[in-house]
Write a protein that binds this ligand. Sequence first.
Ligand SMILES: [Zn+2]
Length: 249
Amino acid sequence: MALRHWRRKLEQIPMLFAGIDLTTSPNIPSALALLDSSLRVLHMGFFHSEGEVINDLRGHGNCLVGIDAPLSLPTGLCCLEETCSCKQPPGMKGRICERGLAKMGIGSFFTTKSSIIKGMVYRGMTLKQELLSHGHLALEVYPYASKVRLFGKPIPPKNTGKGRNFLKKQLSTLIPSIGRRFPDLDHNLADAVIAAYTGYLYERGEVEAVGEPQEGLIFIPKKNVPRKEQVINDEHNPVSPHRNSGKGH
Ligand SMILES: [Zn+2]
């Protein structure tokens, strides 16, 4: 479905923002976060199968889902199998969006036949189709790039104590309730929150698209996105997704 058509369709519907930190296999839990348009956390948890995500989003209307995984293949490739004769044009490696990020000094895995995250690429592409068929919209996001744009470099490694404290502090400046409600947020869930937040920025027109639409875009926050002062206390005023969740802009 074309973006513009999708947006028109959603004009009257409260917008929710989901973020997914996708793993390479359904055997390894993937993180899912769901925010409303006032940045209240409606859901935070893990899922295994694509069907579980669809279930978790059921009853939340059409969601804008930011997925941390490649959602497309490089031009010229029909798959990532060495046994297939498909190949990229000579001298090309990975997708334009990935090369674009590299030029910005933001490293990422390049999508190639020798990718170590092949399973995640196939899963991401399947999940995207599954979400679209249920009326959601899926955007490719890259939480590390979002963090660089929102928090600046250096970003301490996320699996260290220093990295966790950094993330907790920075996330609280975006979503004030998060530190109180989820004091021990693990880095996968934190990335899911960042992915959802990037979708929120997309809706506000505060993202930049890296890459070419025909091949696949990664959405990252624009430079110097202003931090909105959010006076929200969802700890004491839990909201249902169907209440107070109109577009906040
Ligand atoms: Zn192929």
